[in-house]
Design a protein around this ligand. Sequence first.
Ligand SMILES: NC(=O)c1ccc[n+]([C@@H]2O[C@H](COP(=O)([O-])OP(=O)(O)OC[C@H]3O[C@@H](n4cnc5c(N)ncnc54)[C@H](OP(=O)(O)O)[C@@H]3O)[C@@H](O)[C@H]2O)c1
Length: 258
Amino acid sequence: MNRIKGKIVIITGASSGIGEACSRIFASHGANLLLVARRKKKLDLLREELLKENKITVKTYELDVCDREKVKDWAGTLKKEDLTPDILINNAGLASGLNKFHEGDFTDWDRMIDTNVKGLLNVSRVILPVMVERNQGHLVNIGSIAGHMVYPQGNIYCATKYAVRAINEGMNIDLYGTKIKVSSIDPGAVETEFSRVRFKGDEKRAAKVYEGFEPLKPDDIADAVFYVVNSPEHVNIQDLVIMPTAQRNPYLLHREEK
Ligand SMILES: NC(=O)c1ccc[n+]([C@@H]2O[C@H](COP(=O)([O-])OP(=O)(O)OC[C@H]3O[C@@H](n4cnc5c(N)ncnc54)[C@H](OP(=O)(O)O)[C@@H]3O)[C@@H](O)[C@H]2O)c1
């Protein structure tokens, strides 16, 4: 059963990886999309592709989720244009660096906290009230297994994803008695631009992360997000952990010898 057709879905971080894959699956099921990222060109290319293949509307927004004032303005624009979101997928996020805590870089730390925690808060705070007003909607947070277990040198990235897990729980508790659903999807290793961003463009180092095992693909996570969002009204999947079969926790990852 398709419960998505005609719904308005916001996807943050839609210019790449998991967000891009989510855009494709929701488009193919007839959702109208509001796509957010900083790289507008990438969003516009995706928009063109989605419009060719599906009878939907797609709007793209160049927006840094860390910029609270701009996020507020953007929400105002949606309101003015009568765009009432049914679903929000809080996916924009990143890791920056991989260092021992005592060698950590303040700029990396700020980047992760500002994006993964404050960015998610900024967007949720302006969109959730619209859902509460209608007593309808679904908010999906893309967390991580890094929010369930800390791994060596993952310190601050893990802290941001632990925060996402706490926020997911807090939202669920505060929405008790409403029809609004809140879910967290927590992936293990997914091959996206994630490691390239973490290692600041070092392609070789990024490629090594996915060597010797079959990582998840962005589509694997998008399928799960779709399943969660398409579930019946009385079903609220609060937290879903997904790992590649080769991985059993953040650092127990079986790699085949070459
Ligand atoms: N890949 C993994 O192994 C993995 C595992 C667990 C969880 N996750 C989580 O999954 C989510 C998506 O990551 P991904 O793996 O798909 O990585 P990705 O390919 O690097 O995609 C990240 C997306 O986030 C957007 N983004 C980053 N900072 C932003 C900002 N300040 N404002 C707006 N958009 C921003 C990027 O777009 P622009 O650069 O165009 O702004 C991009 O579209 C993240 O929350 C990540 O923590 C990933």
